[in-house]
Design a protein around this ligand. Structure first.
Ligand code: SAJ
Length: 415
């Protein structure tokens, strides 16, 4: 069996680049592949095109030692790690086109015995689809005539790291590794053991796919419970954060925190993959998604109620990221709330404060009544202060700034 020395990581985003960097700093020769030329160039200069604590040091170190290079063309390698997006289609089934595009890049480079690992969060069956897709492109690699085994080894090893803590969790988290064959899982485990100090749990590919989806659905259901409690508490004039804190003193209760909605590319997306695989059965999971998706509308209604009677209210909207202390705006409820406010209240002016971005995202750049401002400018003449993200910078704000303004604190940081 081929010794793994050269690893290609396809997709240099929030998961692929940290994985590439950590493999490279642990002695493997890594080539990262991405379609975005500007990102490839930045990485080859040792720079990171997004914010993730400690990633910069790893990338700069690996590039300067010659262990990590980025390119737009898929190279020949001993192992391939696919970490591309799996968004959903309009009908909320998974869009596997990025995985298929990665496979089309990999297929011509294979000579047999390579390990191909899918890290992208995927619906049940996606790893098998990747294996079959590769074999359809390269029928010569389907089965070894002597052993009857596949000539390529395909496994699923879902990423489970938390943005903001990626460099720590990549090393310390346990990993679930599901192979299309037991041998594929074992080979993937051997590769990850180069840097992973957590336990490695081997299973089949479909169970590994479901395990990842179930983890995020579990969190989504728990957050939906918290969001529902926040709406109920508002009606009953109860402080929901005090309520949850008290309930969580019970040794077997651990309710998460309410917010303006659930964002990011994982928890707001993955549960739908379970729903689309078992639409008749996945009722609670679907309801949690709907409850969390409804929360931004509830926040909008609150802003409208507080604006009633003001001809041209000034609103300070604090935060755009999908959660605290990161620059990631994907599926962010804060962005959708500001965009909807802009159209629902055209006479309002909205000063957005987001210390982690230099310019407004495309969804807001064309909104005439929305500008990116400093906290002092936005809050200075605001009628309503709408806190959307619990960034440390907002926790540290001088509370005197809020005096005399209507405050909607969707994260409970100023209680
Ligand atoms: N949120 C709340 N209340 C909470 C916790 C989170 O409203 O109590 C919101 C956040 O503000 C954010 C969203 O949920 O909008 C998701 O944030 P998150 O911190 O819960 O999760 P992600 O999306 O950053 O990362 C999750 C993690 N999954 C789990 O914790 C089960 C991470 O480990 C996964 O690797 C990641 O999804 C992924 O890539 O799938």
């Amino acid at each position: 069996m081929k010794e793994i020395k050269d690893v290609a990581v396809i997709g240099l985003g929030y998961i692929g680049l940290p994985t590439a960097a950590v493999l490279a700093t642990n002695g493997l020769n890594v080539i990262g592949v991405d379609v975005k030329e500007a990102n490839v160039e930045a990485i080859n200069r040792g720079e990171v095109p997004f914010v993730e604590p400690d990633l910069g040091v790893h990338v700069a170190g690996a590039v300067s030692q010659g262990m990590l290079k980025a390119t737009t063309d898929t190279p020949v390698a001993d192992a391939y790690i696919v970490a591309v997006p799996t968004p959903f289609n309009a009908d909320r089934t998974a869009d596997l086109s990025y995985i298929e595009a990665a496979a089309r890049g990999i297929a011509p480079q294979l000579s047999g015995d390579e390990l191909i690992i899918l890290e992208s969060t995927s619906p049940p069956g996606a790893t098998r689809h990747l294996g079959e897709y590769l074999v359809a492109l390269r029928p010569d690699l389907s089965l070894d005539p002597d052993t009857g085994l596949p000539l390529i080894h395909v496994a699923h090893c879902p990423e489970r790291v938390l943005p903001g803590r990626v460099m720590i969790e990549l090393v310390t988290n346990d990993r679930i590794i599901g192979g299309l064959t037991p041998l594929a899982a074992e080979r993937a485990r051997d590769l990850y053991s180069v840097f992973c100090q957590g336990g490695m749990h081997l299973t089949d590919a479909t169970t590994a796919e479901m395990a990842k989806l179930v983890e995020n659905s579990y969190r989504d259901v728990n957050i939906a419970f918290a969001n529902e409690l926040s709406v109920i508490s508002d009606k009953l004039n109860i402080d929901v954060w005090e309520l949850i804190e008290l309930a969580n003193h019970h040794p077997r209760v651990n309710i998460l925190q309410p917010g303006p909605g659930v964002g990011g590319h994982c928890i707001a997306v993955d549960p739908w993959f379970i729903v689309s695989s078992a639409p008749e059965e996945a009722n609670l999971i679907r309801q949690a998604r709907e409850t969390n998706d409804a929360k931004p509308l509830w926040v909008l209604d609150r802003v409208e109620q507080l604006s009633a009677g003001k001809a041209a209210p000034k609103i300070a909207a604090l935060g755009l990221a999908f959660k605290a202390n990161i620059d990631d705006l994907r599926e962010s409820p804060a962005v959708s709330i500001v965009a909807d406010l802009s159209t629902r209240m055209p006479a309002a002016t909205i000063g957005v404060v987001e210390p982690h971005v230099a310019e407004l995202p495309r969804a807001l750049a064309s909104c005439a009544n929305v500008t990116l401002e400093s906290a002092e400018d936005a809050i200075g003449d605001a009628d309503i202060v709408l806190l959307l993200v619990d960034h440390d910078a907002f926790k540290a704000l001088d509370r005197a700034l809020l005096t005399g303004r209507e405050v909607i604190d969707t994260r409970g940081i100023w209680r």
